[in-house]
Structure formats: C-alpha cells, structure tokens
Design a protein around this ligand. Structure first.
Ligand SMILES: NC(=O)c1ccc[n+]([C@@H]2O[C@H](COP(=O)([O-])OP(=O)(O)OC[C@H]3O[C@@H](n4cnc5c(N)ncnc54)[C@H](O)[C@@H]3O)[C@@H](O)[C@H]2O)c1
Length: 368
C-alpha cells in the first residue's frame, strides 16, 4: 500500500522533530506539505526537509489531495480549530500535546473527527519511548507484582518560545506543558484505568516576572485500583532536559532515565555542537545524547499513526486519551486553587483555560 502523505502545520521546534521522524520511517509515510504563517518559514522548512509543497495558510494545505493526515505542531490555542478544519477537509489528525485548551474543545475535536470519519490521534510519544515501553512490558508480565506507585518527571529550564509563557496562548504553565506527558504516562502504564482523584501543588518559583503560569508542579493521581501516579513538572531545572520514570510494585521496581541514561558522560574544555535539548553549555561535564528522537519514541509514534491510517494497527493514543489528560489537568489546577483533592469526574463548563481554576478558586468551587 502507498505511503501516508503527511502535512505538517507549523515550522519550528516540534515541526522539525516530526519531519525528521517521518523521514526516519520512509516505508510507511512521507511529508508532502508544510504550512506556517510567518513569511518564508514554510518554504525554508520545506527545502530543509525535502518537502515538495509549502503554504502560508494551513487551510490551503488542506485542499492538497496528497495530504492524508496532518500533524499539528502549532501553539495549543490553535489545536481545536485546526483539527476541526482538517476533519471537514477529510484529513486524519495527529495533534501534539496537550490536546487543546478546554474540555469543550476536546469534545468538539473528538465529535468532529468521528462525524467526518477521520482519526484523531494524540501525540504522546512516551507511549513509544523504548525504555518506557520495556518497563511497561515487564510490568505487564508481572515483574513488579502489584504496582502501587508510578512516577514520571519532566523538567527543563523553561520553554523556548514566548507563547508558552503567555497563559492566554498556552492555557497553563509547566503542568499544562510538561505534566500532560506524566498524566498520560501514569494512566497508560497502569492500564488506562479510571482516575479517582487528583491532588496538585503548584507554584511559580523562579519565573514570576515572565509568566502568570506555574513553573513548578507536583500532581498526585489516585487510580481506581488504588495505585498512585506522581508527576513532577518543572521549568526551573538548568542543565538540559530531564525525563525519568520510577515504577514500584510489591515484587520489584524499575527506574529509567531517558536522557542522561542514554548519554555519554563527557568532559570537554572546548565545548562542542549539541548535548541535549535545552542544555545551555557543552563545556565541562555534559551528557550528550544520541538517537534523541528515537529514544523519545517520535519516529515509532508517527509510524504507528501512519499504520492506523492504513488500518494495519489500532490507535493506542487518540482523542479520548487527550481528553482524559485534559480532565486531570482541570482537576489538578482546581486542586491547587482549593488546596484539596478533587474527585473525578470533574468537568466544569465554560472555563476559558485550565489555569483559571488555580488563579480563580471560586470557579473551581462552583464546579464541585
Ligand atoms: N511531544 C512533545 O514532546 C512536544 C515538544 C515540543 C512541543 N510540543 C507541542 O507542539 C506544539 C508546538 O510547539 P513548538 O515547540 O513547536 O512551538 P514553536 O513556537 O517552536 O512553533 C510553533 C509553530 O506554529 C506556527 N503557527 C503559529 N500560528 C499558526 C497558524 N495559525 N497556522 C499554522 N501554524 C502556526 C508557528 O509559526 C511555528 O512554526 C505545542 O502544542 C507544544 O506543546 C510537543
């Protein structure tokens, strides 16, 4: 069967990752178009990645019959509208995390794609990260007995683009940006069971001048079978990206460090080109990674999504996954606002963005 034609919306950080990942799996898919509004960016991106078509308006790209599936790598506030436009145009959708900003948007995206008969795929690459997949395989074989605690942490020195720091564009801070990975991870690792309650402690420790958002977040998720997920998210960690998990059961445990654990402990007095995402220096002791995208699982994720389009695989991460994460994000912000545990289901209506539930606790209280 032919390769799945992919159109990328956006041309910066995550777009580069997706284009590179698509190229790494040439037997399943190819990037056929890119759209980005800033003059010249789509064209430069297309030349860099050998993509034949480029557009300044994604809606024009959606008219291209070679595009079967789009990958949305635009800011969070645009995910819902782009998804709905793509569904109307009959294109399958891969949406980067977080799925969107509000629960209403999540519902509309899921309904819109279902009605149009297209797939809505939620890009949570941790479900494909080889180390984490190995940990889950062992857990599913019973290696750790009954698992009672799963931890995931994602920490770096803060986002590269201004819009992340503007809560009106992002919807929230480190919890929204990084915590969405850990929430999805714990839920997936524990077999996608129901979330019973959420407790979160949020603060803005370092970046109060730059953002209204949380830059430090600890989220505790209680699952239906009593197991606990614990998610640590931070924009305050210098020295490069950190992504780790810990799994504890009554018969054993495992630990995985995705980046430092896949790196070369290195000392250099002169420095060199690149060590790891968001590392500010390559001088002295550093931990340069190799096969960075592969270790995260991005090529494997896009391969899986392309195979879903061809009916060869069933999605393991879809719009429903994104909605579960979105509801936990709402509950976590509400928990921080009220200083107490929030029981699920928790689906307040009319919230403009998740962080409002922290900043305006009366909104959270009214939803209980
Ligand atoms: N899975 C991951 O680990 C991961 C990593 C980074 C980013 N992301 C997600 O990917 C998305 C993009 O993040 P990023 O880091 O690439 O941001 P970025 O700021 O580097 O890039 C955003 C891109 O969107 C484009 N854009 C803005 N408005 C647009 C519009 N109307 N139509 C089309 N394109 C438009 C910008 O021109 C830019 O090219 C975010 O939702 C982010 O959370 C996911």
């Amino acid at each position: 069967m032919s390769k799945v034609g992919i159109g990328i919306v956006g041309s910066r950080f995550q777009a580069d990752c997706i284009a590179t990942s698509v190229r790494a799996m040439p037997e399943e898919m190819e990037a056929v178009a890119v759209a980005s509004p800033t003059k010249g960016h789509a064209e430069t991106f297309a030349r860099r990645h050998g993509i034949p078509s480029f557009y300044s308006d994604y809606r024009e790209m959606l008219k291209n019959p070679a595009v079967e599936m789009i990958s949305i790598t635009a800011p969070n506030r645009l995910h819902a509208q782009i998804t709905l436009d793509a569904a109307t145009a009959g294109k399958h959708v891969v949406c980067e995390k977080p799925l969107c900003v509000t629960l209403e948007e999540a519902d509309a995206m899921i309904d819109g794609c279902a009605k149009a008969g297209v797939l809505l795929l939620y890009a949570e690459e941790l479900f494909f990260a080889p180390k984490y997949v190995k940990a889950k395989q062992m857990a599913d074989e019973g290696a750790f007995g009954r698992i009672h605690l799963v931890k995931q942490g994602e920490k770096h020195s803060g986002p590269h683009a201004d819009w992340f720091w503007d809560v009106n564009q992002s919807g929230g801070g480190a919890l929204m940006d990084l915590g969405c990975h850990g929430i999805a991870f714990c839920w997936w690792f524990l077999g996608k069971q129901k979330v019973k309650s959420v407790y979160a402690q949020l603060s803005t420790q370092v970046n109060g001048k730059r953002t209204q958002g949380d830059d430090e977040a600890i989220t505790i998720i209680e699952f239906e079978n009593g197991a606990i997920g614990m998610v640590e998210s931070s924009w305050n960690k210098p020295g490069g990206m950190d992504d780790t998990i810990e799994v504890f059961g009554d018969k054993g445990q495992t630990y995985a460090d995705m980046l430092m654990g896949n790196a070369l402990p290195t000392y250099s007095e002169t420095g060199f080109g690149y060590a790891v995402e968001k590392a500010s220096s390559t001088k002295g002791w550093t931990y340069p990674v190799f096969e960075e995208h592969w270790n995260y699982g991005f090529p494997q994720e896009m391969r899986h999504f392309a195979r879903c389009v061809r009916g060869k695989e069933t999605p393991i991460s879809d719009g429903q996954t994104g909605r579960v994460v979105q509801e936990v994000l709402y509950a976590a912000y509400a928990s921080a606002g009220l200083g107490k545990k929030i029981a699920l289901p928790f689906r307040p209506k009319g919230i403009a963005k998740p962080i409002d539930l922290w900043k305006k606790p009366e909104l959270a209280q009214a939803a209980l």
